[in-house]
Design a protein around this ligand. Structure first.
Ligand SMILES: NC(=O)c1ccc[n+]([C@@H]2O[C@H](COP(=O)([O-])OP(=O)(O)OC[C@H]3O[C@@H](n4cnc5c(N)ncnc54)[C@H](OP(=O)(O)O)[C@@H]3O)[C@@H](O)[C@H]2O)c1
Length: 361
């Protein structure tokens, strides 16, 4: 169990096949674990899957996991049992729906209470629960790193992906951007971005960098204040050329490289920044969580996201996959077929009050 947590029920683990990049998925039956005073036993309803996990299971992530390991991330779960210290300290109780950070893809888990956030309002469908790491990524990038001001304009690339769609939503609905343009690769993705607040959209699927530059000129005749870019590659330079004076180009990731992220790192002409008094800004959630965000700032950010969700100001959108379809979820992410956040649903979800809803999405 490389990704932390102990569980009962079923987990998915990766075992090596022949080489580092050829891994096989295996389903494991695990024994129930004893509960320590500071721990919580949860029944997992849904698990979010991000781009980083696709890299991890291909062995191409920056951090190499020793195999076998259980991939995982963030889950929405029902509290089944709380340790004695948790019952008196946190006020969590069985039946609460919570978000759990750093849990392997498994149907049940025992986790330290420090990794449990919430509870969420009882009516929250787990498929609409806020993926904290995606919202935190966008909040950190837009508010702290780019210092987006109300009334400014924003361009989001990969706008229907996990960290893209949260940026669209937060820019428009929370941070007061005047105009948000979503750039992505299909009409279905554009429809989601518009439903989440985008004023306009560009389908860049068949565009050359020059054509994209033209589309940006039309979308932002006076230039764009903030570009949020989780995609990288050849579309980055046209974005920098589209910046307004004092604009900020925020580096989030390099999804266009697929397994070869390094191949998608743009080499940008520095003069473009000089000419416009513009800024090239890096924004990495992991570094922030381990340094300036450690402790209270991160807790405050998480509570803010949960509050925004409870108030209905943000509403996550998921593409659900059954728990056993994890390989298909990875394929869909890799092939850019996922709209919104890819989410695994467990048997506990299927048996819950929300269970029938997944098929309607
Ligand atoms: N800086 C941070 O703090 C931070 C935090 C989390 C994630 N990230 C990074 O941000 C990037 C996106 O992560 P995510 O979880 O949002 O991923 P995601 O849900 O898979 O979305 C990525 C988007 O990138 C676009 N894309 C373009 N070329 C692609 C390709 N060859 N393969 C896959 N997608 C491609 C796709 O949109 P279109 O089809 O519309 O182009 C897709 O929707 C990754 O590089 C990830 O490592 C950074």
């Amino acid at each position: 169990m490389g990704a932390g947590g102990v569980c009962s029920g079923v987990a998915l683990a990766l075992t090596p096949l022949f080489a580092r990049r050829a891994l096989t998925l295996e389903t494991l039956e695990l024994e129930p674990a004893a509960l320590q005073p500071s721990e919580v036993r949860v029944e997992v309803l849904t698990c979010g899957i991000g781009f980083a996990q696709t890299l991890m299971v291909e062995g191409s992530y920056q951090i190499k996991m020793p195999v076998p390991f259980s991939p995982g991330g963030e889950a929405v779960a029902v509290v089944a049992e709380v340790g004695t210290a948790v019952a008196s300290g946190r006020g969590l109780k069985p039946g609460d729906v919570v978000i759990v950070n750093g849990v392997p893809f498994q149907e049940e888990a025992v986790v330290d209470a420090g990794r449990v956030f919430g509870p969420l309002p009882p009516e929250t469908d787990p498929l609409n629960a806020p993926p904290l790491s995606s919202y935190n990524t966008a909040l950190l990038a837009l508010r702290d790193r780019a210092e987006l001001q109300p009334g400014e304009s924003v361009l989001v690339l990969g706008a229907a992906g996990a960290v893209g769609i949260t940026a669209v939503e937060l820019s428009k609905r929370v941070l007061g951007a005047s105009r948000v343009v979503a750039a992505c690769s299909s009409e279905e993705k554009i429809a989601l971005c518009k439903a989440m607040g985008a004023d306009d959209a560009i389908n860049y699927s068949d565009m050359s960098p020059t054509e994209f530059r033209e589309a940006l000129r039309t979308a932002f005749p006076n230039g764009v204040d903030v570009v949020y870019d989780p995609v990288g590659g050849e579309l980055a330079e046209p974005c920098v050329r589209a910046l307004a004076n004092y604009g900020r180009y925020v580096v989030i990731g390099f999804a266009s490289g697929g397994a070869d992220a390094a191949g998608a790192i743009p080499q940008l002409p520095a003069n473009l920044f000089l000419l416009k008094n513009a800024k090239l800004v890096g924004s990495g959630l992991t570094e922030w969580v381990n340094t300036r965000g450690k402790g209270q700032p991160l807790t405050d950010m998480i509570n803010e996201v949960i509050q925004l969700s409870a108030e209905g100001r943000i509403r996550s959108r998921a593409t659900p996959f059954a728990f056993d379809d994890l390989p298909e979820a990875f394929r869909a992410l890799r092939e850019r077929r996922v709209v919104g956040m890819a989410v695994l649903t467990t048997q506990h979800y299927a048996n819950s009050a929300w269970g029938g809803e997944a098929s309607k999405l």
